[in-house]
Design a protein around this ligand. Structure first.
Ligand code: PBG
Ligand code: ZN
Length: 339
């Protein structure tokens, strides 16, 4: 009787499991099968232009620093050299008034900064936020009716004027963030009427009434003096309504659609990616930035890898553009050779 041949090893498939770790064993293979590109070439850095504030670059949240026009242009040139493709400008005027007139002043901080950035960093894309809250004494995103509510339709032409002022200065895309109904249509009409058909619109389409805007409001001095923004920004409970906002802005002529904040709303971003063909932007807002900074400073997490993970998550969920206060630090680290 022949000796029994040894029993062949059980194939992995016979245990009902595949071996997903095979593709993770070696760095080169991991890179080859990666589904999501590293986000560097999609990053947009927000910058605050205005009277320089006491908290400078050494403050606890360096990206919240305000710079003057020259400082902004210098920073933009540095960003461009490090590989950042775009900046998003926010203005803080020297004086505020009830109607936010400073928003469309051609000698205001944003038009002046656009010209200066264009001169210093000609290859950089320049985006300009369009809203009234940084310019109004009451801190709301539009003008007030006698009732104290924000008057949607009287605000629209004012947003249009601001957009035209930024277009004349040379902005590539204007970014309405007031969450007024029909603001995209109003900007498109105003821009085309002023001969700026080439200037695009990056619409804050699904912008939620969020607790994560705190550090921004401190930096811009734009916290509402009374009440809150829940009568115009979206309720965090509503994802289907977010899709209605996104589709509406697409219909009105937006060129890029934004979801904001980013990490708490990746479900909205992913749903938008499945349904819409326009490029999508995710905005990792000031509170998201502050959370990571604070935890890293306390020694609770490694900042660099936490940042990379969150930025990659936005890309994986479907963002084309990633607007983040970490853009600058990320670009510097990558320019310095680490990944
Ligand atoms: C102004 C505006 C805000 C942000 C972008 N544009 C603040 C707000 O709506 O209160 C938030 C950005 C951030 O927190 O980083 N409409
Ligand atoms: Zn606003």
């Amino acid at each position: 009787m022949p000796a029994r041949s040894p029993k062949p090893p059980t194939p992995a498939s016979a245990d009902g499991g595949s071996r997903l770790r095979r593709l993770r064993a070696r760095e080169a293979v991991r890179e080859l099968v990666a589904e999501t590109e590293r986000p560097l070439s999609h990053l947009v850095q927000p910058l605050f232009v205005g009277p320089e504030a006491p908290t400078g670059r050494s403050g606890p949240l360096p990206a919240m620093a305000r710079r003057g026009v020259d400082g902004t242009a210098e920073e933009a040139a540095r960003l461009a050299a490090a590989g950042v493709r775009a900046v998003l400008l926010f203005g803080i005027p020297p004086r505020k008034d009830p109607d936010g007139r400073g928003a469309w002043d051609p000698r205001g901080p944003v038009p002046r900064a656009i010209r200066a950035v264009r001169a210093r960093a000609p290859e950089l894309a320049i985006f300009a936020d369009v809203c009234l809250c940084e310019y109004t004494i009451h801190g709301h995103c539009g003008v007030l009716a006698r009732s104290g509510r924000v008057d949607n339709d009287r605000t629209l032409p004012l947003l249009g004027r601001a957009a035209v002022a930024y277009a004349e200065a040379g902005a590539d895309l204007v970014a309405p963030s007031a969450m007024m109904d029909h603001q995209v249509a109003a900007l498109r009409t105003a821009l085309d009427g002023a001969g700026h058909a080439e200037v695009g619109i990056l619409a804050y389409a699904a912008k939620f009434a969020s607790a994560f805007y705190g550090p921004f409001r401190d930096a811009a001095g734009s916290a509402p003096a009374f009440g809150d923004r829940r009568a115009y920004q979206m309720d965090p409970r509503n994802a289907r309504e977010a899709l209605r906002e996104l589709r509406e802005d697409e219909r009105e002529g937006a060129d890029v659609l934004m979801v904001k904040p980013a990490l708490p709303y990746l479900d909205v971003l992913a749903a938008a990616r499945r349904e819409l063909a326009l490029p999508l932007a995710a905005f990792q807002v000031s509170g998201e930035y502050a959370m990571i900074k604070a935890a890293a400073r306390a020694g609770w997490l490694d900042e660099r890898s936490a940042v990379e993970e969150t930025l990659t998550a936005m890309r994986r969920a479907g963002a084309d553009l990633v607007i983040s206060y970490f853009a600058s630090e990320r670009a510097n680290a990558l320019a310095g050779g680490d990944r």
